[in-house]
Design a protein around this ligand. Structure first.
Ligand SMILES: CN(C)[C@H]1CCc2nc(NC(=O)c3cccc([C@H]4CCCN4C(=O)Nc4cccc(C#N)c4)c3)sc2C1
Length: 412
């Protein structure tokens, strides 16, 4: 590997051996070895006494949770919460997602966050929530993301009766967001109003990419675990349960059909009291899909819903996104798909301040007294290894400046 090539690996944000990853590595090794029973071994004890101090001082210089002031809990998921925070150095407000490493290790579920990190870090799309920083400490992963003060579309649907005009706009923006995600090679698998967030200008961005999966070269995914939320899950993913078969990006277009129905009708098309009945309704959607007499739904709206809620081989969007964009449901005299991002959204959130959280539901703070449920491992478990390389900063890191300076005047 050329000297220069190695230098570039050290500063390339996508390299698994860039400086951030190397600092993660030495920190993880110290944290996984700093266990009394291991330090009885001379080699471990010597290693810890050589590196413990320097690793502590490095951690104090790197980004850490105390660099941010916690303002409010604005969301909660299986392995953590999202907090509204203010970066004390820059005074900027962010949404910071914290994932609990202990929970992930205990449930052997410590790899799903890579897609979310990589998509938000590298998408560079106005339709995808942006990752500003990712960092970690021995207990948590942190993702510092742009704050979306308008809240999610679930909140909007409960606050307003949504017209076809509004539905047309929001659906078009989700189509563009999914087109961007699919063009990066990912399938979302959990498209639902909870994951559609409203920016301060009123436009929509896709968020929460934990269920995303990379398509293979034929544009399909082999995966038997049914992931996603029951109401929005496609029949082919349900049929997959346990069996090893393939599905493609059209599973996301099914969910868009469910979303349009829900915005116009007020409930999801296959909802049933019992989960098994919901699954049954999804499996025989040809007969279970019904439109109520009220509210009145236009023929083009019914048409696009039926074309999304159809079997995978003939589902709208199966061949390309343009067959969706050209559907008559989107015909209107305010915007086109090209001018969409400059169009005026139906609702521009009224905000009193940059940290206004009125568009988010109140979430009770879960007071888990962390001390009790965190026990030191008994031996080397490598519990920090799954998280090495997670740290990311999209800014020009000082290290990069230093190295770029060195490499440009041809350091040997
Ligand atoms: C089973 N395995 C394989 C994995 C499948 C995928 C997966 N995803 C998880 N995800 C979580 O544990 C988690 C934690 C906090 C918040 C959120 C979302 C759900 C509620 C809100 N939220 C979210 O991401 N909000 C968000 C995101 C970006 C910006 C803003 C703002 N403003 C808000 C999710 S745990 C887990 C297990």
């Amino acid at each position: 590997m050329e000297q220069d090539e190695l230098l570039h690996q050290l500063v390339d944000p996508k390299s698994p051996i860039n400086i951030e990853s190397l600092l993660d590595t030495i920190t993880a090794l110290v944290n996984d070895c700093k266990i009394p029973v291991l330090m009885r071994m001379k080699s471990v004890d010597n290693f810890i006494s050589r590196y413990e101090r320097i690793v502590e001082s490095v951690a104090a210089l790197r980004m850490k949770a105390t660099d941010f002031r916690q303002l409010k809990v604005i969301g909660r998921g299986a392995f953590g919460e999202v907090h509204l925070v203010r970066h004390t150095r820059t005074n900027t407000v962010y949404a910071m997602k914290m994932l609990n490493k202990d929970d992930m290790i205990k449930r052997a579920d410590s790899a799903f966050f890579w897609e979310e990190r990589d998509i938000m870090a590298h998408a560079n799309s106005e339709w995808i929530v942006r990752l500003q920083y990712a960092f970690q400490d021995p207990r948590h992963l942190y993702m510092v993301m742009e704050y979306m003060p308008g809240g999610d579309l679930v909140n909007l649907m409960t606050s307003y009766e949504v017209s076809e005009k509004w539905t047309r706009f929001y659906t078009a923006e989700i189509v563009e967001a999914l087109a961007a995600l699919h063009s990066m090679g990912y399938i979302h698998r959990d498209v639902k109003p909870d994951n559609m967030l409203i920016s301060r200008s009123g436009h929509i961005k896709l968020a929460d990419f934990g269920t995303c999966v990379k398509m293979n070269s034929n544009g399909v995914v082999r995966c038997s675990t049914a992931v996603g939320t029951p109401d929005y899950i496609s029949p082919e993913v349900l049929r997959n349960q346990g069996k090893d078969s393939e599905f493609g990006k059209e599973v996301d277009w099914w969910s868009v059909g469910v979303f349009i129905y829900e915005m116009l009708v007020g409930e999801t098309p296959f909802y049933a009291e019992a989960l098994v009945s919901t699954y049954a309704n999804i499996m025989n959607h040809q007969t279970s899909l019904r439109f109520p007499d009220e509210p009145l739904i236009s023929t083009q709206a019914k048409d696009i819903i039926k074309k999304f809620l159809s079997a995978a081989p003939e589902r709208l969007g199966k061949n390309n996104v343009d067959e969706i964009r050209n559907h008559k449901f989107f015909k209107n005299d305010e915007w086109t798909f090209e001018t969409l991002k400059d169009a005026t959204p139906p609702i521009v959130p009224s905000l009193k301040s940059d940290d206004d959280t009125t568009h988010f539901e109140e979430i009770e703070t879960r007071d888990r007294d962390n001390a009790s449920d965190f026990q030191l491992p008994k031996t080397f478990n490598g519990n920090q290894l799954p998280f090495i390389g997670f740290t990311y900063s999209n800014e020009y890191s000082p290290v990069k400046k230093l190295l770029n300076g060195a490499s440009s005047n041809g350091v040997q």
